[in-house]
Design a protein around this ligand. Sequence first.
Ligand SMILES: Cc1cc2nc3c(=O)[nH]c(=O)nc-3n(C[C@H](O)[C@H](O)[C@H](O)COP(=O)(O)OP(=O)(O)OC[C@H]3O[C@@H](n4cnc5c(N)ncnc54)[C@H](O)[C@@H]3O)c2cc1C
Length: 388
Amino acid sequence: MPDYRGLDFLLLDELFTEEQRMARDTVREFVSKEFLPRLQAHVRQDGSFPMELVPQLAELGLFGTNLHGYGCAGLDNVAYGLVMQELERGDSGLRSFASVQGSLVMYPIHAYGSEEQKERWLPELAAGRAIGCFGLTEPDFGSHASGMLTRAERKGDGWLLNGTKRWITNGTLADVAVVWARTEDGIRGFLVERGMPGFEARDIKGKFSLRASVTSELFLQDVEVPEANRLPDAAGMKGPLSCLTQARYGISWGALGAAMACYDEVLEYSRDRIVQGGPLAGKQLTQAKLVHMLNEITKGQLLAYRVAQLKDEGKLHHTMVSMAKRNNVDIALDVARVARDLLGANGIVDDYQAMRHMVNLETVRTYEGTHDVHTLILGEHITGHRAI
Ligand SMILES: Cc1cc2nc3c(=O)[nH]c(=O)nc-3n(C[C@H](O)[C@H](O)[C@H](O)COP(=O)(O)OP(=O)(O)OC[C@H]3O[C@@H](n4cnc5c(N)ncnc54)[C@H](O)[C@@H]3O)c2cc1C
């Protein structure tokens, strides 16, 4: 794969601090040198992630990058966004691994956990010595997870958990699962540990999308969980939804990385590919497609950057993240599809990236709030009417 050049049409680099640029460039190099050479084998083998890279990912501070203390890197949200962008430039599965670990497992422990839970889990998760997963979705409740059937009932000093969670990233890899369950006081979060009797995880196979990522089903049958494993400060759907806002924020940057990879690849290809006596890049139709990509990616970068500033200033509203996730995943998927088209037949083999990013982005469009769900969130926000 030729050197990757990135895309910075409006010189956003000038707005980034040295620390932010360094974080981005370090991850960019890691992805080029360490991750991409290993990726093809994992994509061809559905549901496998290069676990040997976990210590390096941890060393680079990629687990809980924007969290403070407990061994976390404590970077600002622009740097965190740039890191997510670079990871997804590699593959959505790589960014998903870091998003789940940081935003969906470490964040809830950091925000809602007891001091004992924080001290026990956060340094281990930051160092990659422990892996986590986030169990919210169920076979019958995805977009409307508040209807969940998983139950936690009081038993003595602790809890008894029963239910099934499906489509759980890293489920079979996880040492700890953040499981959301219904109690008589509403939704609560629990840290369910690997090996607890009655707790089992199994992988889902046959995926066309996010193949270099482990996706699992979690089964909980009369799992006894001590009160010490309940997240004491999480109450109601606000708990899981606030985690999703963190992850969706990272996705809004990550999707740009996938789009930038496709643009970079196809721009180079179109210069070299000769059709009808001249380079593909010299055709009017091709230029219209490339300019459309450039335009949409650049607008997406501005959106992500402004949302990052607002997040760092403490002014972020979750609807802003909905707009960024919705737009940037949508344009990334569009860019990947057009890039695949421009690559012609070459675009359907895994020597080229566009189709892999394209099918990955189909998942990214669905998870962390589908495109439609974010439309409904924004629609309700601006009209005051919850659509039915
Ligand atoms: C690879 C992968 C990894 C995942 N990882 C995790 C994870 O780690 N943890 C986790 O908890 N979950 C995870 N998920 C689950 C993901 O969050 C859900 O798939 C997502 O929330 C959508 O739910 P669903 O699949 O049940 O679709 P549904 O909710 O059934 O939606 C189906 C369709 O209906 C549309 N729709 C929904 N509601 C409305 C409405 N009110 N009006 C009109 N249209 C509507 C949707 O937009 C969609 O087009 C993962 C999913 C995938 C594919």
